[in-house]
Design a protein around this ligand. Structure first.
Ligand code: ZN
Ligand code: ZN
Length: 154
């Protein structure tokens, strides 16, 4: 019997990579649907309503397990906590806003890894180039030079 629900699909995905299906794993994996890149704190905030009593540490553990099983990709832009996303396996890169830390996906420059190769790899066989582009996001570009101003509403 096929379960067409999101929950059923999520459970099947967990099983397909050999992970036991648990409520926190389902909640964490589903919290990342369509959201781009979230850190553990944000994931925790999103699931704690559904699963009260879930600790931040257990969210870290679940993210680790999902990442280890290949269901999540983890990126760690300099100065940001580790961010998790469901878009895996396509060698895409990231663009990070230097002002607000918004993170966007950009497709692989060439289309397959490694999309950049050093002129001299020093004997290494290169399999991946993880590129982070830095700049100002569209929202921040629209705002006047306000970077020196602390946020008024605390
Ligand atoms: Zn920004
Ligand atoms: Zn991404």
């Amino acid at each position: 019997m096929e379960e067409a629900s999101t929950r059923g699909r999520t459970a099947a995905q967990l099983r397909s990579v050999g992970l036991k299906v648990t409520a926190p794993r389902i909640a964490v994996f589903e919290a990342l649907i369509g959201t781009g890149h979230l850190d553990a704190h944000t994931v925790h905030e999103r699931i704690v309503g559904e699963l009260p009593g879930t600790s931040l540490q257990s969210v870290y553990n679940v993210l680790d397990a999902l990442h280890g099983a290949g269901l999540l990709r983890r990126i760690e832009p300099a100065g940001s906590p580790a961010l998790y996303e469901r878009r895996t396996g396509d060698n895409h890169h990231h663009v990070v806003c230097t002002r607000c830390r918004a993170v966007g996906d950009v497709d692989c420059v060439v289309g397959e890894p490694p999309c950049l190769a050093p002129t001299d790899a020093g004997g290494f066989a290169i399999h991946t180039a993880e590129v982070t582009f830095w700049g100002l996001c569209a929202d921040c570009r629209r705002q006047p030079e306000a970077s020196a101003q602390p946020e008024a509403s605390a």
